[in-house]
Design a protein around this ligand. Structure first.
Ligand code: BG6
Length: 462
């Protein structure tokens, strides 16, 4: 704890840990039977889009070193751990035959985590789609909903005895924005109608997974993980406020409302309809969404979204993108993480907590990602140790705001950092380091950072 801070006690049984994902940690090993996913395929055709041309097969080798890594979870004080199953590892072609190597791998990993007394949260989808399904139209094609449901049910049947809590999707808005509006993830489209269909099919798939989870085990809890980044308007002017409201409709309420309240906000539906973007929707599907709400929420929070009224209005014939509804606002004087270029705004976590408390019936939730990415982190190495005081301060300052919200009645039950060991991160590969543990890319050696030692004390003292 830095010197001017006081001691904050979190509620009994509050969980401390971190999150990772299968595609960002496991890697590919000869004979592992993993099928190709959208990332493997994209890297095979456009490696230059990935930082330093490091692709998805070169992740932190968890497939090979999971025993050592699980020991590191213990060493860094974990009482909870979140990872994901790779669909393309378990069912290499997306539907049909199950890869038995994958079943043994996940059962060994999950058993070991639990044997160490660590609670296990398992996510089913972290941006990774079996390429065979991408070829058939991916999330644009409604048939994928059934394929995902079957995959989810298979996971529940195979692993339910070893998993404490399930998660349907991580940040489902990201593939929508990056893959169908921003040309930043495969399939790199800019097509608002496709984006809306992808979002709707993902929500339907999530609701069907909730249903399947409860059918397999009525007592098991399942969530969706959302990046509930609040949208703050530049000013109190009506147009800025409207921009912030639309940003929240698109980026948070599009999944938050159907997942927690069981229905889409009217204003979002009207907006989608007004621009001719409505996907095919049936009453039966809407009933599935209504009747299968999540049991709890995962919240990822890194930075706020600051917006202002858009500068360009949309003209017929132009691609319709979010910038026509809200423009980013670069607030002067904002506190920055200069090593990642992201704003640091600790109060965002408090605002999220109060929003959940007041507008989403104070559903139980966990911070499932929060963390500080640092480019060139080896510059902070001294005496063989990454001296990441900036990360400790970042976590402490967010926890103070979280603690304040809990004191005011927020129903948050745990904090998971992104992430326990430096990991591969999509197009950014290993550019931004987030771990409590340093990964040497050449030797695969793992070295606990100063923050890793501190996190153990944090967890022990609660
Ligand atoms: C989160 C994602 O939003 O951001 C993670 O869920 C990702 O998968 C993390 O790794 C950090 O992103 P970046 O681009 O800073 O490495």
């Amino acid at each position: 704890m830095t010197k001017d801070k006081v001691f904050y006690q979190f509620p009994t049984n509050f969980l401390w840990g971190s999150s990772t994902s299968g595609p960002q940690s496991e890697g590919i090993e000869p004979g592992d039977g993993k099928g190709q996913n959208n990332w493997d395929y994209w890297y095979s055709i456009e490696p230059e889009r990935f930082h330093n041309k490091i692709g998805p097969s070169q992740t932190s080798t968890f497939y090979k070193h999971y025993e050592k890594d699980i020991d590191l979870l213990v060493e860094t004080g974990h009482t909870v751990f979140r990872t994901s199953i790779q669909w393309s590892r378990l069912i290499p072609t997306g539907t049909g035959e199950i890869n038995q190597e994958a079943v043994s791998f996940y059962r060994s990993v999950f058993s070991l985590v639990r044997a160490k007394g660590i609670q296990l949260f398992v996510n089913l989808y972290h941006f990774d789609l079996p390429y065979c399904l991408q070829e058939k139209g991916g999330w644009e094609n409604k048939e994928i909903v059934q394929a995902y449901e079957a995959y989810a049910r298979t996971c529940f049947e195979l692993f339910d005895d070893l998993v404490d809590r399930w998660i349907t999707f991580n940040e489902p808005i990201v593939p929508v924005e990056c893959g169908y509006l921003g040309n930043y993830h495969y399939p790199c489209k800019v097509d608002a109608k496709a984006a809306v269909a992808v979002a709707y099919h993902t929500q339907l798939a999530s609701s069907l997974a909730v249903k399947a989870c409860h059918e397999v085990n009525p007592h098991k809890k399942i969530a969706i993980v959302l990046n509930l980044t609040p949208a703050y308007p530049r000013s109190e002017q009506a147009e800025d406020i409207k921009a912030a409201r639309i940003a929240e409709l698109f980026q948070t309420k599009s999944f938050l409302d159907p997942s927690v309240l069981g229905e889409y906000p009217d204003e979002l539906v009207e907006l989608i309809d007004a621009y001719g973007l409505m996907p095919e929707v049936s009453d039966e599907e809407l009933a599935i969404i209504k009747e299968n709400r999540v049991d709890f929420l995962g919240v990822n929070y890194y930075q706020p979204l600051r917006v202002q009224a858009p500068t360009n209005s949309w003209k017929e014939g132009e691609p319709l993108t979010p910038e026509h509804f809200f423009a980013p606002y670069d607030m002067p004087g904002k506190k920055m993480n200069p090593h990642r270029g992201w704003e640091i705004y600790e109060k965002g976590i408090y605002d999220i907590a109060i929003n959940i408390k007041e507008n989403y019936y104070n559903i139980e939730w966990f911070v499932t990602e929060n963390g500080m990415g640092v480019e060139g982190e080896s510059a902070f190495k001294d005496n063989g140790l990454i001296q990441d005081d900036y990360r400790i301060e970042f976590i402490e300052d967010h926890l103070i705001e979280l603690h304040r919200a809990i004191q005011e009645g927020a129903n948050c039950k745990g904090y998971m950092l992104w992430t326990f060991i430096d990991c591969w991160s999509w197009l950014n590969a290993y550019k931004n380091r987030y771990g409590l543990v340093e990964l040497d890319l050449d030797t695969q050696e793992r070295i606990v950072k100063k923050s890793g030692k501190w996190f153990k004390k944090l967890s022990d003292a609660n």
